[in-house]
Design a protein around this ligand. Structure first.
Ligand SMILES: [Zn+2]
Length: 177
C-alpha cells in the first residue's frame, strides 16, 4: 500500500477501510485537534526537509487528489451546477469540513468565488497574516476538475489566518495547454 514506488497517485477509497468494523466502540469521528495535529506536523516536517514552496506544492497536489476522489466517491456527476453545489454544501457540512457558500458564480467565464466558514483546516488558528489553506485550494481544484472534466486553478485570497472570519477562494478554469 505505502511501500511501492509510484509515478501516479495510487490512492483508492478502499484504503480508508471499513471504519465501522474497525472501530465498533470509538466510531467514525474524532477531535478536530487530532486532524490538525497530523496536518500541521506533516507540513512542518515537509517544510523542514523540502522548503515551504515544495511543501505547498505537495499539499496542493494531495488536496487535489482528495477532491477528485471525494467527487468520484460521493458526488452525483449527473447533477447540474446548482445540484453539484447543493450536494457539496450538504456533504461538507455533514462531514464537518466547513460551511460552503458560493459568493459569485459566472458560468460563462467559469469563474467562481467560494467562502468556507468554520473551516476544518484553519478556523480559530492564531492570526499570522498568511493564507494557510493550501490543501483546501487543491481540494476545491480537484473537486471542480473532476466534476467538470476540465482543469481549475484555485487561490485562497482570505483566510482565518490572514484575519478574516471565513476562507475565500477564487476558482478559475485553467487556460488550455
Ligand atoms: Zn483558510
Amino acid at each position: 500500500m505505502f511501500r511501492e514506488e509510484r509515478e501516479e497517485p495510487r490512492f483508492d477509497w478502499t484504503m480508508i477501510g471499513n471504519v465501522g468494523e474497525g472501530r465498533p466502540n470509538l466510531g467514525p469521528t474524532m477531535d478536530v485537534s487530532v486532524y490538525r495535529l497530523m496536518q500541521f506536523t506533516l507540513r512542518d516536517i515537509l517544510i523542514m526537509e523540502l522548503g515551504p514552496e515544495a511543501a505547498d506544492r505537495i499539499y496542493y497536489k494531495a488536496g487535489d487528489q482528495a477532491g477528485r476522489q471525494f467527487c468520484r466517491q460521493l458526488i452525483n456527476k449527473h447533477n447540474d451546477f446548482q445540484g453539484f453545489v447543493k450536494e457539496t454544501q450538504e456533504l461538507l457540512s455533514r462531514l464537518k469540513i466547513g460551511i460552503l457558500r458560493v459568493e459569485k458564480a459566472d458560468l460563462n467565464t467559469q469563474e467562481f468565488t467560494l467562502t468556507v466558514a468554520e473551516d476544518l483546516d484553519c478556523s480559530g488558528l492564531p492570526v499570522c497574516h498568511e493564507t494557510v489553506c493550501t490543501y483546501d485550494e487543491g481540494f476545491i481544484s480537484g473537486l471542480f476538475s473532476e466534476f467538470t472534466g476540465r482543469r481549475f486553478d484555485v487561490k485562497e485570497v482570505d483566510c482565518w489566518c490572514s484575519g478574516d472570519r471565513v476562507c475565500r477562494f477564487e476558482v478559475k478554469q485553467a487556460a488550455e495547454g
